[in-house]
Design a protein around this ligand. Structure first.
Ligand SMILES: [Zn+2]
Length: 252
């Protein structure tokens, strides 16, 4: 009896250690990175469907070039990162809970991982990260709910507009979430949405400090004064600062 319990406890400890070891694993940036994208028609509308049908990987060339350029600044050489368009999924990722308790969040993360695991049964190779792109018709919804990523599962549920006009904004959201999946954290104040100084600033040492001309990608907004900030028009108006580079493992 006691022997069994001891073995059980030992196995449990081993499991915890193994899980932690897995968690601590940073991305090996010297290897090619495959980012798998699965579009989802999130509102079931015909307009969204035709947008998904028209999706083209070349639209993401800008995002790829951006990541190559940013990583080269810190690593001396660009990362080899490739986007792949996977099949459209008919099932939506589990909805992110609003005003969630910690338990809600834990349950959601388990559900999301289960979802990813089920979708993955029909294998699409072995991507480094998988993004589920939930498209919404902008005619129907004016504001999107927050996207979320799980670093440990290297998966993200990304809410986007099904519109070519929103292509640049979509790219910003997509790369922001992608970096979450690689361990980067948000750098804006969760209550006000304002970038946090100095973490969330593209140029924290600039004199005078305002207006800033770029957003730090993980802060999402360009601070124009202490209380105000504006949305960047494209990835070109953003950069990845040193703090984020450290979180990603691009810089020691
Ligand atoms: Zn974020």
């Amino acid at each position: 009896m006691w022997k069994k319990i001891r073995i059980f406890i030992l196995l449990l400890i081993l499991l915890i250690v193994a899980v932690n070891a897995y968690r601590d694993q940073n991305q090996d940036w010297s290897k090619p990175i495959i980012v798998m994208l699965h579009p989802v028609n999130a509102d079931g509308r015909a307009a969204t469907q035709s947008y998904i049908q028209s999706l083209n990987l070349s639209e993401l060339n800008g995002a790829q070039a951006y990541l190559q350029q940013m990583s080269a600044q810190y690593r001396g050489q660009p990362i080899a990162i490739y986007f792949q368009l996977g099949r459209e999924l008919k099932q939506l990722p589990p909805k992110v809970p609003q005003q969630a308790t910690m338990l809600d969040n834990i349950l959601w993360s388990l559900k999301f991982r289960f979802y990813a695991w089920k979708q993955h049964e029909r294998a699409d190779g072995s991507p480094s990260v998988t993004l589920y792109l939930n498209y919404y018709d902008p005619e129907k919804i004016k504001e999107l709910k927050h996207s979320t990523a799980l670093q440990k599962g290297r998966i993200a549920s990304v809410n986007l507009f099904a519109s070519k006009k929103q292509a640049e904004q979509n790219k910003i959201v997509l790369v922001h979430e992608l970096l979450h999946a690689f361990g980067a954290s948000d750098k804006y104040d969760l209550t006000t949405g304002q970038p946090i100084y100095p973490l969330g600033y593209a140029y924290p040492k600039q004199q005078p400090l305002f207006p800033q001309v770029k957003a730090e990608l993980m802060a999402g907004y360009i601070p124009v004064s202490e209380q105000k900030s504006k949305m960047p028009d494209s990835l070109k108006q953003t950069l990845i600062n040193e703090m984020t580079a450290i979180e990603l493992g691009w810089k020691k």
